[in-house]
Design a protein around this ligand. Sequence first.
Ligand code: PEP
Ligand code: MN
Length: 349
Amino acid sequence: MLIVMKPQATEGDIRGVCEKIEALGYRAHPMPGAQRTAIGITGNQGALEAAEFESLAGVAEAIRVSKPYKLVSREVKNEDSLIRVGTGENAVTIGGRELTVIAGPCAIESREQAFAAAERVRRAGARLFRGGAFKPRTSPYSFQGLGKAGLEILAEVRREFGLAIVTETIDPENCDLVEQYADVLQIGARNMQNFSLLKRAGRSSKPVLLKRGMSATLEEFLMAAEYILSEGNYHVILCERGVRTFADHTRNTLDLSVIPAVKRLSHLPIIVDPSHGTGQRDKVTPLARAAVAVGADGLMIEVHPQPERALSDGCQSLYPDQFEALMEQVSAIAAVVGRTTAKSLPIFD
Ligand code: PEP
Ligand code: MN
């Protein structure tokens, strides 16, 4: 159920409704909007009585939410969510008019590799740096990431280059460590339905980038996000990264139709990862352009200073020059669809 407050409702009225909800043993999720605050209720098993809430001070109406997901739904919050990431000079807002580009290598391999990538992606206009320190690999014999040493390198990248850091957390215990370093916690495709990880991320103070599972329907994707919001973390960015189909000319099939579908149902921002979506370097830029054209809020792009030497995902990683070209092309498309891109930031002397 959703409690819609009157535009003139006071802080005290909102608190009163939340207290009533909590006293009944449920969880209250106040969602401030431009016109009025709405309060989502979760934790109830059966249907709730609207009249019980409509009599409270400041309440306009109590309405039933028809979708299985509640807090991620536009029924509960119609305005697009803006997710603020990083602090100080690293601060970025995701979901507004400006497109957000996250770029960097698949995995952090060394300080030299990370710095070389960061210098180039920043110069080309990326505002966030990506790179896994903990890698969920299909084979136990493949490079698993540098672990804590990789996180330390990411912290240095943030300091040196003024880029906010996106990095993956692979299980709830690992989250305790990763959240101390990351500006955004990434939950990978393989973990989209790791419910204990979703709940743990829902109790983090850091925003979460949730990647779509490789065979997840839209409803399953939104339900996974709902797990995070239901624990009180409303700062979720969705990421389409391709799904598995019969098509074998690419690694995955990038489902760009999910962008307008998500936009219709949810207020959460959604970005596109054409690197994992295609698995092939030459297809990354065309699909990045297409993603912006269909209304994605940003892109996640794998860039490596020497892709042929990468320890993971080299075939889909762009050379820095290619990333620069991608940024120029994407800026041209952005202008057509009423979006902007970050101006290149001057690099440190
Ligand atoms: C990644 O971003 O490097 C990654 C492992 O992505 P996904 O979870 O989408 O496969
Ligand atoms: Mn990768």
